[in-house]
Write a protein that binds this ligand. Sequence first.
Ligand SMILES: Cc1cc2nc3c(=O)[nH]c(=O)nc-3n(C[C@H](O)[C@H](O)[C@H](O)COP(=O)(O)OP(=O)(O)OC[C@H]3O[C@@H](n4cnc5c(N)ncnc54)[C@H](O)[C@@H]3O)c2cc1C
Length: 341
Amino acid sequence: IHGNATCVMNYDGATGYMVGEENKGLRAMFIMMNAARLGVGLQGLAQGEIAYQNAVVYAGDRRQGRALTGAQDPEEKADTLFVHPDVRRMLMDGKAFTESMRGLVLWGALQVDLADKAETEEERRLANDLVSLLTPVIKGYGTAKGYDICTESQQVYGGHGYIREWGMEQFVRDARIAMIYEGTNGIQAMDLVGRKLGQNGGRAIQAFFKVVADEIAEAKGHEKLAGFAEALEKANGELQKSTLWFMQHGMTNPNNAGAGAYHYMHLMGIVSLGLMWLRMSKAAQAALEAGTDNPKYYEAKLVTAQYFAERFLPDTASLRRKIEGGSDAIMALDPEMFAVA
Ligand SMILES: Cc1cc2nc3c(=O)[nH]c(=O)nc-3n(C[C@H](O)[C@H](O)[C@H](O)COP(=O)(O)OP(=O)(O)OC[C@H]3O[C@@H](n4cnc5c(N)ncnc54)[C@H](O)[C@@H]3O)c2cc1C
C-alpha cells in the first residue's frame, strides 16, 4: 500500500496476555473495529475523491476528438475530453458519489457523537442504532464504490491512466485494499444482513426507514424537490421489499440471506446517498430562493442530484431482483463443476 509498511507477522510460540474479561474479547475488539470500519469507509471516499479530482484536471487539459454536435474549439486541433458524453458519464459518477459520500461519512460521525452526547436516552439510542446499522454500509459500499470511481477516473486518462507516470494506477491499487481489510466487504454485508437487520427486533432498520420516509414526506411538498423525493421513495421501497424478502426467506434458508447480502448492502448504500442528495438539494434550493452570490455552486448540486436520480437510484430495482433470485443457482453446483467449462 502506498505510504503504508505492511508485513506478515507470525506469532508462533509467542505469549498471549488477557485483555479485559474472559469470553468478552470479541466484544472488546469490536469497539476498535467499528471505529476502524468507519475510517476505512472514509478511505474509500478519499481515494475516489483524489482520483476524481485528478481526472477533472486531465479532462480539461487533454484534447482528443471532436464534440458529437460539432467542433467546440475549431481553432484548436481537437476539443477537450469534456465534450464527450461518455467521459462526462465517468466524471459525473465521481461527482455524484464523492459529494454525497462525504455527506454520509459526516452524518455517520455526527451519529457517533450523538450516541454519546445527545441529551436524552432515546436520542442516544437512536443515534447508536443508526450508526451501528450504517457502519458496514459506509465501509462496504463506500470502499466498493470508491474503487469503482478510481477505475473510472483512471479510464478518463485513457492509456495514460494505466502507466505509472500519472499516478492513477497507484490510486486504483490503494483503493483495492480498502475492500479487503477490516473485514472483507462480503463480511460487512453478512454483518449487515445477518446481525444488524434483526437486532432488537429490527429496531435500527425501522428507524432508518423512518428517517428516509420523513425526509421524503417533507420534500414532496416542495415543487422543485418532489421529483427527486418520489424517485428516492421508489428506491426506499425496493429496500423495504428486499428486507421483507429476507425476513420471509432468509430464516428458512440462511443461504438466501448470504446470497443476497452483498446486493442488499449496495442497495442500502444507494438509498443512503439518496438521502444525502435530498438533504443537499433542500439546502441548495433554499440558498437559491434566499438569494446567493454563488448560484452556480448550488445549481450544480441540483444537477448532480438529478444525475444521481437518473443513474444511481434505478440500480436499486435490479439489486432487489438479484436478491429475490435467492440461492438455488448459487449453491447448486458441486465444487468440481467450477473447473469444468
Ligand atoms: C495489506 C493488508 C494489511 C492488513 N492489515 C491488518 C492489520 O493491521 N491488522 C490485522 O489484524 N489484520 C490486517 N489485515 C488482515 C485483513 O483484515 C484480512 O486479510 C481480511 O479481514 C480478510 O481475512 P482473511 O485474509 O483471513 O480472508 P478469509 O477469511 O480467508 O476470506 C477469504 C474469502 O472468503 C470470504 N469469506 C470468509 N468467511 C466468510 C463467511 N463466513 N461468509 C462469507 N464469506 C466469507 C471472504 O469475504 C473472502 O472473500 C491486513 C491485510 C492486508 C492484505
